[in-house]
Design a protein around this ligand. Structure first.
Ligand SMILES: Cc1cc2nc3c(=O)[nH]c(=O)nc-3n(C[C@H](O)[C@H](O)[C@H](O)COP(=O)(O)OP(=O)(O)OC[C@H]3O[C@@H](n4cnc5c(N)ncnc54)[C@H](O)[C@@H]3O)c2cc1C
Length: 284
């Protein structure tokens, strides 16, 4: 264990790295610093990884792809992308490299009456999605809609569940679509086009933020699903630097709306919905 003040953190030492697929690097961490690390077992449990020095610490969220207390071994899958401290670190990681990691926390929680699940992810959500599939009880029905660069990046894992997959290939988008990146939502379009079974279900999605917002809007506003029936999170933001610049200009306005919503008793997904709408209204 590393620190005593603030959230608990652990010293993780790189044991090995491998390409799970061409666009996904798995880093296996080990070392005595992980002996007290505990996995919640929730498939989308999130870790904070701390990069840089104590004076200039950069924090990024990643998923526990697997944890074996016997090692102890902690596997984290990093999607390869241009730029980014975390992605670059993973690409260059070698045995012995150290990283501080936080405790884990997850959100995936299908209500017990769910007869089916819809699991949606891009590359960043795939570690949690594949773990959820591995843990499905025998015969549990799940529909996967996932986007990956191309065929070689598809991942299927052993499961007792009854799973069907729909893969979208982002490398195949026609030229020109890339420039419209912030408004292109192929995953959201696929979700809307999907004929969902009757009966109570559960939707879990982890994608780029604008995709996540569009999917959330669909289930929350358009289909009026109750908040316990979906968990839809933005895992990263396209053009983050430009977004953050524009956000700074409207931050006071958004903060005021958030505070008013909290004062009105809104929390959790309801609060997210209010902030989503406010951001949308200012074009973010
Ligand atoms: C709960 C949670 C769990 C997550 N689990 C995982 C996981 O297991 N594996 C994983 O790979 N990611 C995961 N992510 C997403 C990851 O935190 C982000 O992709 C993060 O931005 C990567 O940090 P970075 O330092 O590499 O890039 P940043 O410094 O954050 O961004 C640099 C640039 O890269 C762009 N960018 C960031 N991420 C991507 C991407 N995936 N594809 C294309 N461009 C990108 C940004 O827009 C920016 O322009 C998770 C996020 C959350 C919230």
């Amino acid at each position: 264990m590393v620190s005593s003040a603030g959230p608990r953190t652990f010293d993780a030492v790189t044991v090995s790295t491998m390409f799970v697929t061409p666009a996904m690097i798995r880093v296996r961490f080990g070392g005595s610093g992980l002996e007290e690390f505990e996995s919640t077992g929730v498939p989308d449990e999130r870790l904070r990884l701390f990069f840089g020095t104590a004076a200039e610490r950069v924090v990024r969220s990643y998923t526990v792809r697997a944890f074996d207390p016997q090692g102890p071994f902690l596997d984290v899958d990093f999607a390869v992308h241009d730029g980014g401290i975390a992605a670059k670190w993973a690409l260059g990681a070698k045995p012995g490299d150290r990283l501080e990691v936080s405790e884990a926390r997850g959100w995936y929680k299908p209500p017990v009456d769910s007869r089916w699940q819809l699991l949606v992810a891009d590359m960043t959500g795939l570690p949690a999605l594949t773990r959820a599939i591995e843990q499905l009880p025998a015969g549990a029905r799940a529909f996967v809609i996932a986007s990956v660069p191309n065929h070689a990046d598809e991942q299927t894992v052993p499961t007792q569940g009854a799973v069907s997959y729909q893969w979208l290939h982002t490398d195949r988008q026609e030229p020109g679509r890339v420039e419209l990146a912030s408004t292109v939502t192929p995953l959201s379009d696929a979700v809307r086009a999907c004929r969902l079974p009757v009966g109570p279900g559960y939707v879990w999605a982890a994608t780029e933020a604008s995709e996540a917002r569009s999917i959330r809007k669909y289930f929350h506003r358009e289909r009026s699903w109750g908040p316990d029936r979906f968990e839809i999170k933005g895992y990263w933001r396209r053009d983050k630097e430009q977004w953050q610049q524009r956000y700074t200009q409207v931050q006071q306005h958004i903060d005021a709306i958030r505070e008013q919503a909290i004062a009105d008793g809104k929390s959790g997904k309801e609060l997210t919905q209010v902030v989503d709408s406010a951001l949308e209204q200012v074009g973010l």
